[in-house]
Write a protein that binds this ligand. Sequence first.
Ligand code: GTQ
Length: 344
Amino acid sequence: MAQQARLMDRQAFYERIDKHELAPLWEVFRELITPEPRSPCLPHVWAYDAVRPFLMESGELISAKEAERRVLVLENPGMRGASCVTRSLYAGIQLVLPGEVAPCHRHNQSALRVVLEGRGGYTGVEGEHIPMQPGDFIITPSWAWHEHANPSAEPVTWLDGLDVPLVQLLDASFFEAHAAESQPRRFPHGYGLARHGANMKPADDDHTAAASPVNHYPYARSREALHTMRKHDALDRHHGLKMEFVNPLTGAAAMPTISTFIQLLPGGFQSRPYRSSDGTVYSVIEGHGETRVGDKTLPWGPRDTFVVPSWARHSHHADEESVLFSFSDRTVQQKLDLWHEEKE
Ligand code: GTQ
């Protein structure tokens, strides 16, 4: 009875302080300071074959120009309406139809692209036309002017990954539209890769920036590297053969807010269970397999996208030789001394 009265006194107290924008910590403490990550993010796979018809249908409903960006957002089923694939990251699948230009703009959100379909598109980044081939990884750094164009006869699609929710959390979003649909082209074909992607840098140029000066990591090169290394290197039990994309000037993650990786899993490979505090988005470049996340199984094939939440124990199985691109907020967590992993 005394206990009952005490609880009612507390409730009355909460109601009084509520009017003064005050609340008792002790009622929420255990939801705020959890013993380990407890994410609303759920594991999920978006099969490209299921998304593609809707994407093409959207192409008949709105132009790239009118939409600014014609994208179907990959909404994590545990966070519908929040435009996020993990708590900190956004993902979407973008379509540019033959003859279209998604107009030039810039924002301080950083973006990455993984090309899914089509061979004739390009992204203009700060005056360089970066050709888009399937599997290519392309960076649009924070505040870089960029437009997307498709002068070819086939549709071009790709996976977008942006740090939108992270920037939203910080209330730090800035955006500007360019006066022209396309910015003027200022550089020859392959310029960025020539300048910073040939294991050299311009002598006497000490300039470094948070984002990699290389905005294009062609799949042909990454694939070649993986296959050459595979002839010698032992496989990691948790990751197969996994490489991180880096800024060649610093060795740091290629993007300041998003870590990016590519990994080869040989046919029949079964990875040991693993978890880390960075919720991770995977884009399947080649191969078929499945990823077990807790008690859920995510089957995957080429061009599919799947997400593994923070701290969810998972393991990959490759039915055939497979290549997975992945991205997460790991580099942010590492800079803040927050990142953890656990290997079984
Ligand atoms: O291509 O600039 O998926 O600004 C979302 C926002 C793509 C882009 C997205 C964007 C872009």
